[in-house]
Design a binder for this molecule. Structure first.
Ligand code: NAP
Length: 250
């Protein structure tokens, strides 16, 4: 019962695929209705959430462009009532050598991975405070919250930024009973890492360093997101939890 989310509403960004879809399904299985935000329709996620018996509502918004976070919150509220749980998962990665890295790629990555997370968190937190909800905000960080990476300067900066944003929001929202935490996934088999996994050398280097001996899957984040989303975790805030098969301690 500690992790029962019946009657809760979760907004999950980037829920069409990969880790976001996996976390949306985990939250739905625990009883939450799901509002999913992405830049394109997500019929597969809609069908799979529906199979859990929970309600599903999609909001199509391109987070790389200027968008109205208050309108997102209003649409979610109109669909299912106010938001109890926000998962800032949508993210992109652009790879190029540092010396060639373009301003356009920098802006796109920072806009989707960091600026959108801030704007959505701010709008959702305002609604949580107004409606006196002990809300939960879960951000998705990365191993590149702790490490610099190679050929991904904007991504690394955005994911370091996610840790700072998590801590800053945790401080200011704690008096309202709202917790803010982050999950730092290790190397997970999703579209985001397709380029790494299809490069035999990089795939071998990465796999050899993971103590658990395998790439992670979207299901591997289920326990972490339920832990942070649960009412029972009310004294846990401002943390960044690696879910990495041991990568960081190698
Ligand atoms: P993914 O399958 O590519 O998922 C990314 C999601 O973000 C997609 O569902 C996509 O939905 C959404 N998205 C991308 N651009 C968007 C935009 N402009 N507006 C709205 N939504 C947008 O990759 P993933 O691995 O699951 O990534 C999810 C999160 O985990 C990201 O923050 C990523 O940085 C992080 N992460 C991944 C790994 C890994 O190893 N895979 C490791 C650490 C952290 P649409 O296509 O509908 O736009």
């Amino acid at each position: 019962m500690l992790f029962d989310l019946s009657g809760k509403v979760a907004l999950v960004t980037g829920a069409r695929t990969g880790l976001g879809q996996g976390m949306a399904l985990a939250l739905a299985r625990a009883g939450a209705d799901i509002v999913a935000l992405g830049s394109s329709p997500m019929p597969d996620t809609a069908e799979r959430v529906g199979q859990t018996g929970r309600r599903f509502h999609a909001i199509v918004v391109d987070l790389s462009k200027a968008f109205d976070a208050n309108a997102v919150v209003a649409e979610a509220a109109a669909a299912f009532g106010g938001i109890d749980i926000l998962v800032n998962n949508a993210g992109i990665i652009r790879r190029a050598d540092l010396l060639e890295y373009s301003e356009n790629d920098w802006d796109d990555v920072i806009d989707v991975n960091l600026k959108a997370a801030f704007l959505l968190s701010q709008a959702v937190a305002r609604q949580m405070v107004e409606t006196k909800r002990a809300g939960r905000i879960v951000n998705i960080a990365s191993m590149l919250t702790f490490q610099g990476g190679i050929r991904v300067p904007a991504y690394s900066a955005s994911k370091h930024g996610i840790a700072g944003l998590t801590k800053a929001m945790a401080n200011e929202l704690a008096p309202h009973g709202i917790t803010v935490n982050a999950i730092a996934p290790g190397y997970m088999a999703t579209d985001n890492t397709e380029a790494l996994r299809s490069d035999p050398d990089r795939n071998q280097q990465i796999s050899a360093r993971i103590p658990m001996g395998r790439w992670g899957t979207p299901d591997d984040l289920a326990t972490a997101v339920l832990f942070f989303a649960a009412p029972a975790s009310s004294y846990v805030t401002g943390t960044v939890l690696p879910v990495d098969g041991g990568w960081l301690v190698r």
